[in-house]
Each structure stands twice: as C-alpha cells, then as structure tokens.
Design a protein around this ligand. Sequence first.
Ligand code: TXA
Ligand code: MG
Length: 335
Amino acid sequence: METVILDANDSDNITLCADVLRGGGLVAFPTETVYGLGANALDEKAVAGIFFAKGRQEDNPLIVHVASVDDVKSLVINIPEVFKLLVNKYWPGPLTLIMQKSDVVPDNVTAGLGTVAIRMPEHPAALALIRAFGGPIAAPSANPSGKPSPTKAKHVFDDLDGKIPYILDGGDCKVGVESTVLDITGDIPKVLRPGSVTCDELVHLLENIVAAETKEVGTPMSPGMKYRHYAPRAPLTVVIGMPVKTAEYISARMNDSTAALMFDDFAFSHPNVVSFGNHKDHTTQAKRLFDALRKVDNMAVSHIYAQVPQEEGLGATVVNRLKKAAGNNLIDLND
Ligand code: TXA
Ligand code: MG
C-alpha cells in the first residue's frame, strides 16, 4: 500500500478519509497535541487494525475522540459531576477524561477495562474528520509503539509509510506533547498521565487531585505509562541540575559519537547538538521535544545526553517524557 499525504484544509480530503474510516480502515490525522492514528471506535475489527499497525500491546487502551460534549453520552454509563466543570474549561482541548464505559464501546478499545478514555480535540481538521465520519474515532498517537509521538505529518510518514492509505497533513502540532489523562471515576480525580493541561492548573480548578505517579512502577498510572516510550535507539541520559552546570557536563562529554538535546540559550556549537527552546520556555520545549528526539535518533551516535527543565507547570510534562525516553537513566548534578 502506498501512503499518501493529503492537505487537511481541503474538505474533499476530509470526506475521503471519513469514507476510509467507514470502510473499517485507518487514517492518520492531526490534533493539537500529536498526530493520531484513527479508526471507527465502535468497530472492533477496525480497532484491531490500530494495534496491528502500531505493534501496540493489547493491554494498552485507546482514547476515543468525539466532536461534541453530547457525543459522550452514548459511550459512558455515568457522567460524574465534575465532568461539566472540566469540559467547560478544557474542551475542545488536550484533556482526556476516564469514565465508566457503556456496552457500545468494544472491549479492545479499552483493553478489557470497564472504563473508557474520551477527549474532544481542538484541531479543526480532527473535528471536521469526526463530524464527516459521523461517529467517535479511536486514536492513539500515530507512531509505532515505543517511538516518539509524531508532531508533523512527515513523522507519521517516516513511521507508517506503507501501512495506512492516508495521512491528513494539518501542519505542526501546536502543543507537541500528548493530552493529560484524568480519571474522574472516583471521588478524587486522578492524573494518570501528565500532559499539556498541567497538574497545577487542575489543582486550581478542582482543589483536590491525585497527581500522576512518574516513577516506572506504581499503581496510579495509565496502563500505557508502564512501557518504555519515546526512546531513541542510542541510550539517552537525562542530566538534571542548573542549566549552566548541565551544559558544562554535557559539553565535556561531546564527541563524534555523542549527541545532545540542549536548551537554545545553553546550546554550544557542535554538529550533533539539537536545541528545543529556551530553558524557561516550557511551551516551546513541549512543541519541539519529539521532533528533537527524532533528530538525534537519526544521527549515527552511541550516546545521547539531554538537559531537562524545572519540574514546574508544563516543564513537569517535558521532564516526564524525557525521563521515559531515557528509561529513567538519570544523572543528578545536584546530588
Ligand atoms: O494527545 C493525545 O492524547 C493523543 C492524541 C492522538 O489524542 N493520543 C494519545 O494516545 O496519546 P495514546 O494511545 O498514545 O495514549 C493513551 C493513553 C495511554 O497511556 C493509555 O494507557 C491511557 O491513555 N488510557 C486509555 N484508556 C484508558 C483507560 N480506560 N484507563 C486508563 N488509562 C487509559
Ligand atoms: Mg502514544
């Protein structure tokens, strides 16, 4: 199969992709966070195709994407009180909500769990596709399992060429890291995956939340969080500490077979240095992180070092993704 990249701004292309979904096929589409690999969420066979194309573990459930708050009704058996407050503030947008699933949601979407993850994306092409299709779309990030999530149509093409018919190109994703996953089935909402809606913001709105467990093991996590993710081929070491110190540490170790992910304001001149935003600019870091990881992954190096931001606000999400990419291989210069 030849994979074709289509302009997401052309409504004929949206119609074409909606037809593919109706036929039980897969298409990649842009969202504001990362590109998704979509299938008809109510068609078990179509959903199985997602797991196959990604090489995804069957125990890792998918997010169901809807185009309105109303679309949620048929997918869940109970809408918690806090739902309205959250969707009023964050939908459409990068917040995924976990609720009790109804029978219409196939078991493979939720990996056999009694709960389903739902979000309404903000990207106009994602909303147009869901509306043209006329139903919910199950979509994980459009990368093979374990690789960095795609934030450009080209990333999806590099990863899935030959496996899907179409990629809707809606430009670079403006957020760049995946949605926050919030479980609202219990008395206190629980962050299962930190994302672009930060824990600080959620605490502000809800007062009481259980924050994500960022360690490799621990119970309050999404099933997906236990797997190694975003990992480049060469081992990655995350270097924690004051940026001036971590830059010094990394530059002392640079050679032809080393690459580094550096802040713009601390990057030094070396062909294997890729920068991803100023040290305090977490929004830019989030937007550029996965592309930077892909760039160093394409270099023939045997080791990669990365600076990491302060664990505050969106910086905490950037740190979470970098630590996962490093398989928790950390050096803390503060110790
Ligand atoms: O921004 C995003 O969320 C992107 C775009 C495409 O929407 N999607 C995405 O999907 O990141 P994926 O499949 O890469 O990550 C979904 C996460 C996984 O960690 C999964 O375990 C968790 O959501 N999840 C899904 N359903 C769940 C459930 N019922 N209970 C707990 N965690 C769930
Ligand atoms: Mg993913």
